[in-house]
Ligand binder design. Structure first.
Ligand SMILES: Cc1cc2nc3c(=O)[nH]c(=O)nc-3n(C[C@H](O)[C@H](O)[C@H](O)COP(=O)(O)OP(=O)(O)OC[C@H]3O[C@@H](n4cnc5c(N)ncnc54)[C@H](O)[C@@H]3O)c2cc1C
Length: 363
């Protein structure tokens, strides 16, 4: 494909989270890019526990057009993808649009799966409602899920609302099983100092059985793969889209899968953001008549905020297994905050200088 044909390539990106927006921005000078997302802004999901504790939602949402897209050639549609037809290579939206594509970037992320819905049950996605409920306190709060999102949620809420709310953290496993012994020990000490009671080996399948006035469900992040499954894309053993080394669907290689929706790596912003950029590199290479580029997912750190004044930075091997090296306390809180802030800054930079993004380590 020559440069002219390449510029005519139609790329549809569904989902404007960390991975989808990054892919769209990087691709924008090279192709006709259409970005589809139901909300007109990027939500910093990594800060939703801060919103639950009281941070204004407006501080963690960034308007797509004003902040990222206005100097690009990206066409943005506000709408939800409701069906995908890989044979016709089209995506249909809930507003009735049919978007044809040569390459699709499937970046619909993940969500917390709720076993039930009730007035006293909340998730990270319902953070503003949870905050409202906390202001109606005092009471007993249970966070279900001892992974990193549950831990961050329990610590943040205890630090901010611990005077009015007794906070418990319930988990079926040990606390943060993916961390080192030293890292876990720091979590335990900090949670205890914030007044959080940790109950391990406590499997909850029905939130109604939890003795609490409010329950935050942080137990299961599930990939948004309904659309893919309905369209016949192959899923892997963990229910995510099965992908090859270049993050293309193994059953439909014209569909790239970015972020949490595909693969087997830890669902994370840490993986999603560079993956959006690397997928763009592959699509650009394909447009130039070269093969797609293999990009293994590799990790450096696991970072946990423990309220605003404490944290844990756990050094990990590229396969995400923990080393013994950890940073704790205020320095770790500072590092974690810089990392969170860098996500939006990187995206703004990609909007201005998309070609410079691959020069950054890991991108
Ligand atoms: C409270 C919390 C704290 C976290 N902390 C960290 C952390 O510290 N570090 C870390 O690495 N990760 C963290 N994560 C995980 C991280 O947020 C996710 O892994 C990351 O957001 C995944 O990025 P993504 O691009 O795959 O999708 P997402 O960011 O989930 O974006 C998906 C996008 O798809 C859109 N969408 C959904 N359905 C449709 C549809 N039908 N049509 C069109 N668009 C659609 C959504 O509106 C959204 O914009 C945290 C998550 C939570 C909930």
């Amino acid at each position: 494909m020559n440069t002219f044909e390449q510029a005519q390539q139609r790329i549809v990106v569904i989902g404007a989270g960390y991975s989808g927006l990054m892919a769209a921005l990087r691709l924008s000078p090279h192709a006709q890019v259409t970005l589809l997302d139901p909300v007109g802004h990027l939500t910093e999901r990594v800060r939703l526990h801060e919103v639950a504790a009281g941070r204004p939602e407006s501080e963690v949402t960034h308007p797509l057009n004003a902040r990222f897209l206005r100097h690009t050639r990206i066409t943005h549609h506000t709408g939800r993808a409701v069906s995908l037809d890989p044979a016709a290579r089209t995506v249909t939206t809930d507003t009735g649009l049919v978007l044809p594509y040569d390459r699709l970037v499937y970046a619909l992320g993940s969500t917390t799966r709720l076993p039930d819905r009730s007035e006293r049950l909340f998730t990270a996605e319902s953070a503003p409602a949870l905050h409202k409920r906390l202001l109606d306190g005092p009471g007993r709060l249970a966070v279900v899920g001892g992974g990193l999102t549950g831990i961050e949620m329990a610590a943040e809420l205890a630090e901010r609302h611990g005077r009015d709310w007794q906070v418990r953290l319930l988990t079926s496993d040990t606390l943060a099983p993916g961390l080192s012994v030293k890292g876990r020990a720091h979590l335990r000490t900090t949670l205890a100092s914030l007044g959080v009671r940790v109950e391990e080996g406590h499997r909850i399948s029905d939130p109604d059985t939890v003795d609490a006035d409010a329950v935050v469900w942080s137990a299961s992040m599930v990939p948004n793969t309904g659309l893919a499954a309905d369209a016949g894309l192959a899923l892997n053993s963990v229910g995510r889209i099965d992908v090859d080394a270049a993050h293309r669907s193994v059953s439909h290689p014209e569909i790239y899968v970015a972020g949490d929706a595909g693969g087997t790596h830890r669902m994370s912003c840490q993986a999603a953001l560079p993956m959006g950029s690397r997928i763009a590199t592959s699509i650009i290479a394909e447009g130039r008549g070269k093969g797609p580029v293999a990009h293994p997912v590799s990790f450096v750190l696991q970072c946990v905020s423990l309220g605003r004044r404490n944290g844990l930075v756990q050094s990990v091997r590229s396969d995400d297994s923990p080393r013994e090296l950890v940073l704790t306390g205020r320095p770790a809180a500072f590092v974690k905050e810089q990392i969170c802030a860098s996500t939006v800054k990187t995206m703004s930079f990609a909007a201005r200088r998309p070609g410079a993004i691959p020069l950054q380590p890991g991108f």
